[in-house]
Design a protein. Structure first.
Length: 307
């Protein structure tokens, strides 16, 4: 049965790319009552969506022509360019929303390609897994044309919480990758911690609740303080846990790993940076100062919260 009859005032949307994520995006638009046109390299993947009322376009050009809003979600930017490059002429007057994972530079290059053909461009980062799409728990970050975001905000909100970060198309992938990096850093620690207790026969399930509670407490307590220190550049003064103390304790993480037969690969790089910072004379300062070893301080901190 078609779901598109539910909301007659909903504008048409095209979704190009029907992998796990693209299918979820198209499904959410259908569920919200949008007329949806889909295209996928492997056409059979459109079957379930067509049964729900989507129209399968025979070509990418046909898919682009079908809707003023064209959402692209494929594996990588090479695929995006392979698909959109040959149909540049049909992009004029459309808004392309590219939700493919990539880098800020790739986003800017793709914006140049798309706007060069007379279309508006929004890049996006999906901070969710497919089952969350269509719920407020799916955060989708956007950057690029502010006018296009305003024009299509209502439609884009069908996918989840929509946040526009600025006119530079690279900002959404920048934040997307930053959030994912934070997640992977956390999981690197979780994996090492799990291996450590497992080496003594303790189950991961036994550790998990204690670890989750500890991580939540540390994130809530320490993240705002860390951010304050990084933006101010003041790493000393009123430091409860000085870096030299932390580096000494960290030696025990490595030693315990050795004793228990746990590989230190995931935690060694942080220890090396701690030692270097201490050797540079910052042992009485906060851990946050390690960021100075990772990147040069900008003349003026960029970002939405900088004044
Ligand atoms: N799944 C997630 O949890 C998640 C979360 C956030 C962001 N994302 C991002 O969303 C994007 C899509 O992810 P996904 O989970 O949908 O991946 P997927 O299930 O592996 O699907 C990949 C899609 O890209 C298409 N594709 C790959 N190479 C292509 C090419 N050369 N030409 C045309 N189409 C091509 C595939 O077409 P075929 O069907 O023909 O192979 C398919 O539609 C990725 O950038 C991913 O990083 C995914």
């Amino acid at each position: 049965m078609s779901e598109t009859s539910a909301g007659g005032d909903r504008p048409p949307v095209t979704v190009i790319g029907l992998g796990s994520m693209g299918s979820a995006l198209a499904g959410a638009f259908l569920a919200a009552g949008h007329p949806v046109t889909v295209w996928n390299r492997t056409p059979e993947k459109a079957g379930a969506l067509v049964e729900r009322g989507a129209v399968r376009a025979a070509t990418v050009a046909g898919a682009v022509a079908a809707s003023p809003l064209v959402v692209v979600c494929v594996l990588d930017y090479a695929a995006v360019h392979r698909l959109l490059g040959p149909v540049g002429g049909s992009l004029a007057g459309r808004t392309v929303v590219n939700l493919t994972n990539g880098t800020p530079r790739q986003a800017r290059e793709t914006a140049a390609l798309v706007t060069g053909h007379g279309a508006e461009y929004l890049d996006g980062g999906i901070m969710a897994v497919p089952p969350l799409i269509g719920t407020p728990h799916a955060l989708v970050l956007y950057s690029g044309s502010p006018g296009a975001f305003e024009e299509h905000r209502r439609t884009l909100r069908v996918l989840g919480t929509a946040e526009h970060l600025g006119a530079d198309p690279g900002l959404a992938p920048l934040h997307d990758l930053a959030l994912l990096t934070g997640m992977y850093g956390m999981f690197a620690g979780v994996l090492h911690a799990t291996a450590l207790v497992r080496s003594a026969g303790v189950g991961a399930r036994d550790l998990a609740p204690m670890l989750a509670s500890w991580l939540k407490t540390m994130v809530d307590a320490e993240l705002p303080r860390l951010a304050e220190r990084v933006d101010s550049g003041v790493y000393g003064g009123d430091v409860g846990s000085p870096l030299a103390m932390q580096a000494a304790a960290f030696d025990n993480f490595l030693r315990a790993g050795e004793e228990q037969g746990v590989r230190p690969d995931l935690i060694v790089p942080l220890k090396a940076l701690m030692d270097r910072r201490v050797a540079d004379g910052h042992g009485d300062e906060d851990l946050a100062g390690i960021v100075e070893l990772l990147t040069a301080r900008p003349a003026r901190p960029a970002g939405r919260h900088a004044s």
